[in-house]
Design a protein around this ligand. Structure first.
Ligand SMILES: [Zn+2]
Length: 57
């Protein structure tokens, strides 16, 4: 077993992000950095944030 500290997953869909694809998007929302595997996930996440405000986590 590898001790993989850099096991980044998309904040929206939870998919593991393939670093080799270099599709990682980082969005700073409410002073926290969220990473996404695609622009679609980032957009959906921000849409949910705007709908639910701070209650969405
Ligand atoms: Zn995603």
């Amino acid at each position: 077993m590898q001790n993989d500290e850099n096991d980044d997953t998309c904040a929206m869909c939870g998919k593991k992000i393939n670093e080799q694809k270099k599709l990682v998007l980082v969005e700073k929302i409410d002073d926290a950095n969220y990473i996404f595997d695609s622009e679609d996930c980032a957009l959906i996440f921000k849409k949910f944030r705007s709908l639910y405000g701070n209650n969405f986590s």
